[in-house]
Design a protein around this ligand. Sequence first.
Ligand code: SF4
Ligand code: SF4
Length: 175
Amino acid sequence: MTAVKQRVEDSDIDPNFKYELANILGEKALLHCFQCGTCTSSCPVADDVDIKPHQVIGMTLLGLKGKLLQSKTIWLCAACLECAENCPRGVRSFYLQSVLKNLAARANNLPEGIREEGEIILTTGLAIPISSGILKRREKLGLPDLTPPAAETFQKIAEVTGLASLLSKKGGKEK
Ligand code: SF4
Ligand code: SF4
């Protein structure tokens, strides 16, 4: 496991960040993290992320908002909930990562790959477009024809929630 080694300046620190997140989450458990590392040891993507799950909590407590919102970790989280289920302090890391993703997207740190996936969903109504290969396999398995969903429904939701505006901002980073 590699440690995060980065120089930290005073200007990198937002002392209110942990309280802001605790407020959004509606619970104070993250303030009680004692950095045991159990969340990282149970995380299936821990070897692939730039900041380990326990470091995400530690950096949150230190107020390193800018560095966290630029992290790849928050976008690679598989949402398996292992970290939350195993934490001895009841910290729900998964929910924290979801909040960080929302904040990163609003700060225009949406990875280009995620933005493109969002655009595909709004255009087709599907996360995975229907290909001729998929149709052939379905026919072979005797499955019924696929009816594409109404993409307009997703577009309306995206307009109302502000997702459409976020996706229209190009210039995010590579996933
Ligand atoms: S398992 Fe819980 S207490 Fe331990 S480092 Fe992770 S968040 Fe902190
Ligand atoms: S929810 Fe995300 S951070 Fe937590 S263990 Fe699963 S992949 Fe790792």
